[in-house]
Design a protein. Structure first.
Lengths: 164, 164, 164, 164
DNA sequence: TTTT
DNA sequence: TTTT
């Protein structure tokens, strides 16, 4: 009925931009969010929280975010589940972001910086990529029970349609 | 660095109150939170989000919350992971709540209501329960790689200490 | 850069629905939000927080909310200011809501209930109402330095255009 | 019943640290938070939102925050009111913060920086300051109807006790 | 000016 | 699998 999340953390890797078969941009990245206390060993741990953005926001995140950068994310928690190929139900929890703030620009973050990051598949080019290799589903999903979803709404695409 | 979640939803089951070997109360329940849109089939889906509370708040939740009741939860996202007995890393995402509001009292919610709900094990009583049966770990965890954690900080307990 | 507020509280009065000269619906109400502690006299105080909604949400709030009802509000803080007729700058702080949840329906809240509540002026009918009476500005504003604002963006209307 | 605010913005001035007569640290500053849209003239406006912190957090804010720095603030909205010396009731809305994150360190923010900022009065030293001058009440309050409050709970102090 |  |  109400579902709101606000996070501030650092990207663990460059964001990955992909496109659905319908051409909708989707970017995934993970935020490392330090916990507000130390563990028994006196060390600060972090939560690694997957974030998904769609459409224009996805393009912008892919263009401006990089590994190590600080970002604020606003969105909602989404829990997907699917049965993996051992017949076990797997739950994937992600933040579907509707607002992302870049808290460090390229010059304020003094790290090695490449050009815009794109996911392996890049812009949708179709082509029967077969079933080998990493098909790039989020959250470690290995199976086609876990298709891309448009803004959280499932979209009906076959495995062959996938751009990765 | 900042990690804040606010949810309003309904409990999918009665809350489960347990105690760590050190006697710390911990209550787990799942909130069903309706999504703010319909899926392609025109149906409203929900996210099922696991919530964990500790200490006094755990006791209060166990006493006042029941299946079907509406509640507001404030807390932070925590992502735990452990390796299951097939050698696969499993991620468990939960809300560690520090504030819970009961939005329906027993009389305003007209459902069948039992007495206070307690988890199978109840107050820690020791007893070598072996390794059979449901050991009650959260998030569908089946294995002892996923011990209880005190307020998110790992606590060092052996399997035999577990009250379930 | 980021501005997010979530409140749960009760309406201190029926909501007031009005229309801008351009016909845009705007509803104002105040939430009483109990503080999470007692004051020195051992009494629970509340904050009285003004909320503004626009367009469709304004209509829905006017239709479904009533004095005493419990509601959850999501939005952003907006601070307006104007100079009153004593030359003093007055600050008005309101929540511009983009999401309102009705946590009590008409039957779960057992209070005297009238029909849909409308502000004094109702649907915009023009008419030179002069300067007598309650001109209905929010936040106690008395002067025309405080015109209605569309979604927070100022709109250019003269005093004579005001429907109240 | 629930009252949560999260802001990211920049300080409009150096923070002001003061002490209550009981020696409790309290720091006030204002965040400029850009609105997520442009006004009719195509310009981005900002909301100027007063923030209050107490105790250890107050000391830390006074030590590490400066004019122009970016900060994230988590807290609750508090609405105080008092009658000014023209017999008019004045409402003061502030964020009582329980969590502040410094999103820019002294070296990442390239601005003129002085030493730690202290409010005019500094550490409470008594001294009959009479009633002349700026007594430093928050939110433009001019009168002693607006005493400091400890964590939002009113504290019983006379005007003469005030350190400013 | 305030809600349960 | 993880960020500063």
């Amino acid at each position: 009925m109400l579902n709101r999340v606000i996070l501030i953390g650092r990207l663990t890797r460059d964001p990955e931009l992909r496109y659905t078969p319908a051409g909708v941009a989707v970017t995934q990245f993970t935020l490392a969010v330090d916990r507000p206390f130390s563990n028994q060993g006196g060390q600060r741990e972090a939560d690694f929280i997957p974030v998904v953005t769609w459409r224009q926001l996805a393009e912008t995140c892919a263009n401006y975010l990089r590994k190590g950068r600080l970002a604020a994310v606003e969105g909602r928690i989404q829990v997907r589940n699917y049965d993996n190929n051992e017949g076990r139900r797997v739950y994937v929890t992600e933040i579907i972001a509707d607002n992302v703030r870049f808290l460090e620009s390229a010059n304020s973050a003094n790290r090695e910086e490449g050009g815009p990051a794109t996911g392996g598949g890049g812009n949708y080019g179709g082509g029967g990529s077969g079933n080998g290799g990493n098909r790039g589903n989020f959250g470690g999903a290995r199976d086609n029970q876990d298709p891309f979803q448009d803004d959280g709404r499932p979209i009906d695409i076959s495995d062959d349609d996938l751009p990765f």
